[in-house]
Structure formats: C-alpha cells, structure tokens
Ligand binder design. Structure first.
Ligand code: UDP
Ligand code: MG
Length: 315
C-alpha cells in the first residue's frame, strides 16, 4: 500500500475523439507511479459520447471518479470542481487530449517529495497552436505582467499545473471569484514553488475549444481580475485632453484673425474628446460587470452527478 496519493484532474468537454487514446495511455502508466492515484474526470457538460465513455472507464477502474456538471461551465470551473473534490496529497490538473504528457506525473511526484507545493508546467513549444495563438499568448503575458502589481506570471505557463493539498485548501477557501484566472492564482499564492518544462504534444483527436474570440474574452476578464490600471486610464486621458485643449487655445490666441474659423479643429477635438470619454465609460463598465457578477454570487459550477466518490462525499 502506497502511503501518499496523487489526484489527477482531467477536464472533459466533448472529447469523444481523444478520450479513448487518453484511457489507453493512462492504463499503461497508472500502476507505475510512486504514489497511489485517483483520477477525477470532470465532465463539463459534454453533449457527445464523452460521458458514456467515462462511465465505462469508471466501471473498470474504481480509482477513476467522475464529476458531471449540469451544463458547460468552462475549463476553469472544471478544474476548480476537481480541486474541491480531490483527496490526494498532491493534485495535478491536465487536459484530456494528451497535450499534457502523462509521463510528467513521475517528475511532479518527485518534486512534491522534495517539498515543493506549487509546480507550474512550462510549455517549451506548442506544436498544435498556430503562430497567431503563440504570439498572442506571449503578448498577453507581457501585458498582464506590466499591468499587474500582484505577481509575476510565468510566460508559457499552461493550464497544466500541480499543487499540494495545502495550496488546494487556500484556493478552496479564499479564491472563489466568479471572474477569475486560476493559473494566475496558482502562481500568486506563494509557497515553495518550482517549474517543470514540457513540450506540448499534438491533440490526440478532435479540435481545440479555444478560438481567438474566446481567448480575447478570457484575456479581458483576466486583466480586470488582476489589475486596476485600466481604470486609471481615465485620469491620464483627462490630463492629455486638458493639455491638447491648452495647446489649441494658445494656438488660437496667437493666430486670431477676427473671422470665425477653426471648424476642422473643433470637429476633431469633439470627436477626440467623445472617443476618450466613451472608452473610459466602457472600461468602467467592464469593472462594473465583474462586480455585478460577484454580487449575484451564482455558483461557479453545478454538479449533476458524482461517481465512485466515498459515501461521505456524495451529493
Ligand atoms: N474544456 C472544458 N470545458 C470547456 C472547454 C474545454 O472542460 O468549456 C477542456 C477540454 O476538454 C480539454 C481542456 O479543457 O481537456 C483544454 O481544452 P482544449 O484542449 O480545447 O484547449 P487548448 O489545449 O487547445 O488550449
Ligand atoms: Mg488541449
């Protein structure tokens, strides 16, 4: 009987084309871990055969557990549900598409044994992501690192990370925001942390669920979540407009001719001012939207069913 246990959390959303391969690979490796394991599949409201396939797997392996959501709540919600329900000494979150190599779990367990509590997996190269995705991801980390005063985020950090049960407790109790950036929280809680490099493989099957639109939405909510700098833009814009006003005033006084002129200047200034004003209102709106969603306090996820969990954990 192994003394310690690793909880492996796999978020699954319409992965019928990849999950079979995942089971196959996992079966090969699962008894070789130095620690005992539990694997928690979080079905994020799939509407294909994924859930059925998970049920079949859980019937074969009692250490495979399933949490099934009532609808799609998003990848982060799935990871949070997994972390909330994990009982291992260490927890690792991974994708179901084999982009995160299962072999890394050996290295993760070794790091836990060395006393590390936060292990960020750093992607060396992302073969299946296109050039645009790689560039925008880099740009995103640059921007968030400049804007955020709370923490420095690892560029190329992925949704592949491992945390100790200590850190999981902190996330469970203190990081329940509705608009959130889980991998940012993981990097900002402190604790003894380290990184492991890995190269992302190609997707085992199916297609990525993240398109540019979804990533953009995700980026905006992350910035709002970690930085209040955009709110200060209004002050800078105000100062800039005041400066422009003074320059135009001085220019007008110097070139006074007595006739009504400066129509173009006026129109330009009005357009400029209104543009600045509307942008500032939009930015404030973003923050109000976030506050509103926190205020409503809707659940991060809703569980429809749990399989293979202990009686006491059952809902
Ligand atoms: N996923 C999820 N809910 C979603 C979208 C994705 O649980 O709404 C899961 C998906 O099944 C996969 C992981 O999150 O296991 C990462 O998604 P994906 O592979 O599509 O993203 P990428 O690796 O391309 O960034
Ligand atoms: Mg993936």
């Amino acid at each position: 009987m192994k003394e310690k246990k690793i909880s492996i959390i796999i978020s699954v959303y319409n992965e019928e084309n990849a999950i079979d391969k995942f089971f196959e690979e996992f079966d090969k490796i699962k008894n070789q871990f130095k620690w005992d394991y539990e694997i928690i599949f979080v079905n994020d409201g799939s509407n294909d055969n994924s859930l059925k396939m998970l049920y079949e797997y859980a019937a074969r392996d009692e250490k495979a557990k399933i949490i099934s959501f009532s609808r799609n709540f998003g990848h982060e919600a799935a990871m949070i549900a997994g972390i909330d329900n994990a009982s291992g000494n260490g927890i690792v979150c991974m994708d179901a598409d084999l982009q995160h190599p299962l072999e890394c779990i050996h290295e993760i367990i070794a790091k836990f044994e060395m006393g590390y509590e936060v292990i960020s997996m750093v992607r060396l190269e992302n073969k299946s992501a296109g050039l645009i995705k790689n560039i925008t991801s880099k740009a995103f980390y640059k921007v968030i690192n400049i804007l955020s005063d709370q923490a420095r985020f690892e560029e190329n950090a992925s949704d592949f990370f491992a945390i100790s049960n200590n850190v999981a407790r902190v996330l469970k109790n203190n990081y329940r925001e509705k608009v959130r950036f889980l991998r940012g929280y993981v990097q900002s809680v402190g604790f003894k942390s380290t990184t492991i490099e890995y190269s992302a493989a190609d997707r085992a099957g199916g297609e990525s669920h993240y398109n540019i639109k979804r990533l953009l939405k995700f980026s905006i909510s992350t910035i709002v979540c970690f930085s209040d700098f955009p709110l200060k833009l209004g002050i800078y814009a105000g100062l800039l407009s005041a400066l422009a006003g003074i320059i135009v005033l001085i220019y007008s006084l110097c070139t006074i001719t007595g006739s009504p002129s400066g129509y173009t200047t006026l129109v330009t200034l009005i357009c400029f001012m209104f543009a600045v004003l509307f942008i500032v209102i939009g930015v404030i709106g973003q923050y109000i939207a976030v506050m509103f969603s926190e205020l409503k306090d809707k659940p991060i996820y809703i569980i429809e069913k749990k399989i293979n969990f202990d009686e006491k954990n059952k809902e």
